[in-house]
Design a binder for this molecule. Sequence first.
Ligand SMILES: [Zn+2]
Length: 158
Amino acid sequence: MPGERRGPVGWESENPYYEGRKHPEPTVCERCGLVYRDGHWQRADSVPPEAHRSVCPACRREMDRYPGGYLFLRGEYWPRHWDEILNLIRNQEAQAQLSRPLHRILWVEPHDGEMEIATTTAHLARRLGKAIHSAHKGELTIHQPKGEPLVRVVWQRD
Ligand SMILES: [Zn+2]
C-alpha cells in the first residue's frame, strides 16, 4: 500500500493483535488476567467486578501461534552454550515484562540445526537478539521490510 507508514489500510484498527487497539475500560483478559486500563494492558492485583471481558493481544497470539517477531540462532556456537543463552533469553523476557506484560516468548523450538524463538512483539525479538549479540558477539541481522509489522532477527556465530 503506497503512502501507508504502518502497514496495510486498517491494520491498526482491524488487526486483533495491535497493542494500541482500544477496549472499554476496565477490560480483563479472561485467559491471563491482565487488565486493560489507562490505555494499556497491565498486571492487576484484583479485577473490578464490572470489568468487560476479552482476550489480550499477547494471548491471542499464543492461541493462534501467530508471532510478532522471530529470533533465529544459527551456527555452531549456540548448541554448545545453550543453557547460558536460554537463561539470558528468559531473564530478558522477565525484565521486559516488568513494564510491558504483553512481551512474551511464544515458543523455543529447534528446526534443522537452528533454534527458533518466537515472540509476541517485534520489540522483544530485537531485544533478545541484541542481548545475545552483546554477551556472545557473533553477527546480528534484523530483517523488517518497511511497513511490515513482523520482524525476523537472525543471530549467527560459528
Ligand atoms: Zn491475556
